[in-house]
Ligand binder design. Structure first.
Ligand SMILES: [Zn+2]
Length: 215
């Protein structure tokens, strides 16, 4: 391929949390009696955000599942030939002919409206731009909640919205429509599946509204 960058196809839109969303933060700095499982936050503003790496990683993993590109060791595809490698970058494969990774996924920040909503909730109820969900850990034999069987999980409440942006670099010789449609397919899979953690327990259902523009 040529390494001539022609233009970008830019996806911009809104990500809405249909259910609570949990993307785990650092376990450091937890005080005794504090929330055990905190979410990732901006280090200065403390506002929750969705790292671009979380969006990119999950979209890639779902496309790998769909196209049966998961390797036996469970690592991402590094074949250096497939569309997943081309769009997302071949995993641990320094020598290939694909050219630069096509997709750039930005961190998704709260929309202004959601930021205001969460700020109000914070001052009213002492929340840190999030909800704290307490879950029972059930003893499998007895079916009752285990002794001290409570765990606390912080999560972004349902209905919260984030602004997201992804850019696709289009090089001379690229099959542009195919690449754009592949990313649309990945975004559709994200809506069908879940983002963050605890998807099998109802977390992380999202809805995406976006437009694609050549820039
Ligand atoms: Zn591959």
């Amino acid at each position: 391929m040529s390494n001539k960058l022609l233009h970008y196809q830019v996806f911009t839109g809104t990500l809405t949390c249909v259910t609570g969303l949990r993307i785990g933060g650092s376990k450091e700095g937890i005080e005794i009696g504090g929330v055990e499982n905190t979410i990732i936050r901006h280090p200065i503003s403390d506002l929750p955000y969705i790292p671009g790496s979380s969006l990119k990683g999950k979209m890639r993993a779902l496309l790998e599942l769909k196209y049966d590109r998961i390797k036996e060791d469970g690592k991402p595809c590094g074949c250096g030939n497939c569309l997943i490698c081309k769009v997302f970058g071949p995993h641990m494969t320094p020598h290939h002919e694909l050219g630069p990774t096509r997709i750039l996924v930005r961190d998704a920040n709260l929309t202004d409206a959601s930021r205001q909503t969460l700020e109000t909730a914070q001052s009213d109820r002492g929340l840190m731009f999030a909800e704290v969900k307490t879950e029972n850990i059930v003893n499998r034999k007895t079916g009752i909640a285990a002794d001290k069987g409570l765990r606390t999980q912080e999560r972004v409440p349902a209905d919260t919205q984030f602004a997201f942006e992804m850019a696709l670099r289009i090089f001379e010789g690229d099959e542009e429509d195919k690449i754009v449609n592949f990313v649309k397919e990945g975004l559709a899979l994200l809506e069908q599946d879940y983002l963050g953690s605890s998807g099998s327990r109802g977390y992380g259902k999202i809805e995406l509204k976006y437009k694609v523009e050549k820039k």
